[in-house]
Design a protein around this ligand. Structure first.
Ligand SMILES: *Cc1c(COP(=O)(O)O)cnc(C)c1O
Length: 242
């Protein structure tokens, strides 16, 4: 089999899983009485190569998520060099010393969870000579605030929102969360919906709810998710933990 055949096979493989994911999203929107256009699919490509991003872009998925700058920065450069126009979503825990790099390619940072990070990102936006950067606040939905998956506590949410607004260059667009690992997702997503609604009272532009992954996107959509972050259901089970 030639190299080209492999690329063709990979593209049709991704096309098939994409059709299945789109079908799941459409069905969940229908049960929730929401238009399917309400939900943006963010394809999470961590551990997968730039070629897969190009396949996704060619198949009509321009929103691409990554969780580590070390991997995302070279991938974004490769995809840009190949001429594809994609929007990079940074969805992982972010160290302050990576803010400068992330601000050079990110379209939306989903994972702002502390004022110090907001401050570092705001500095980075200025250094990158961008006028602004859209961000989400990642909230911790664990009942016992174990902080395993990151995120700000509900109690500290409004203070962080204010710090983001006060930066002048970060635009607060909504909330992101990861459902608890060892509990049913529904109560967590319901809680997230309540927090998002409260946030919108003070910040009307904060309309994004980023929630739901390969295993729980239906539940997230039922509870108002506007962005689902899907990796393994599109690209296959990851060999490494990512
Ligand atoms: C990896 C990852 C996803 C995608 O997870 P899948 O279960 O592979 O769909 C979504 N969100 C974040 C923050 C991730 O790190």
């Amino acid at each position: 089999m030639s190299r080209n055949d492999g690329q063709v096979d990979r593209r049709s493989e991704i096309a098939a899983s994409l059709a299945a994911v789109r079908h799941r999203i459409a069905a969940a929107c229908a049960s929730a009485n929401r238009p399917a256009q309400d939900v943006t699919l963010v394809a999470v490509t961590k551990t997968y190569p730039a070629e897969d991003v190009l396949h996704l872009a060619a198949l009509g998925v321009p929103d691409i998520g990554e969780n580590r700058d070390q991997e995302a920065a070279p991938k974004a450069a490769a995809v840009g060099a190949a001429g594809a126009d994609v929007r990079w979503h940074f969805v992982g825990q972010l160290q302050r010393n990576k803010a400068r790099s992330v601000a050079t390619y990110a379209h939306l940072v989903h994972s702002v969870d502390r004022p110090q990070l907001a401050k570092a990102l705001a500095e980075a936006v200025k250094q990158a000579e961008r006028s602004d950067l859209d961000v989400l606040i990642q909230v911790d939905l664990e009942a016992d605030a174990s902080e395993v998956r990151g995120g700000v506590s509900a109690a500290d949410l409004s203070g962080l929102a204010q710090a983001i607004v006060d930066s002048g260059v970060l635009r607060l667009r909504g909330l992101m969360a990861v459902a608890p690992l060892d509990a049913p997702p529904e109560p967590a997503f319901e809680r997230l919906a309540g927090l998002a609604e409260a946030l919108r009272r003070d910040h009307p532009d904060a309309t994004i709810v980023s929630a739901g992954m390969s295993g729980d996107l239906e539940s997230a959509i039922l509870h108002g998710a506007t962005h689902v972050r899907v990796g393994s259901a599109l690209l296959g089970k990851r060999a490494l933990l990512g």
